[in-house]
Design a protein around this ligand. Structure first.
Ligand code: ZN
Length: 102
């Protein structure tokens, strides 16, 4: 499965394109607004089985997108943490207690 994040930057909306093994591309969309979180997929599994059974609220594309988003968030957190560490190291070296004397 191939996962690609859409470039759209609409607040509270995250669009993910998921391409399955068959080559079909589906659109997974997360919508997050005050008091509401909704996720949908354009695949037949989600659309039709979702109509048959109200509790069927997921599909393999949604699960794949959620995993990818989770990994992205963890990576970003680690990246920011590494930047913070670097800036702390820089601050240490620019500490005025380090006197410059030749
Ligand atoms: Zn799906």
């Amino acid at each position: 499965m191939t996962i690609r994040f859409a470039a759209n930057k609409t607040a509270g909306v995250k669009t993910v394109y998921v391409t399955g093994e068959s080559g079909s591309q589906y659109v997974v969309q997360f919508v997050r607004r005050a008091g509401m979180r909704r996720v949908s997929c354009s695949c037949p599994d989600f659309v039709y089985r979702g109509q048959l059974k109200a509790t069927h609220r997921s599909c393999k594309h949604i699960r794949a997108a959620q995993t990818e988003l989770h990994n992205e968030r963890v990576n970003r957190r680690n990246y920011l943490a590494s930047l913070e560490l670097q800036s702390e190291q820089l601050e240490d070296y620019s500490d005025p207690k380090f006197e410059c004397k030749l």
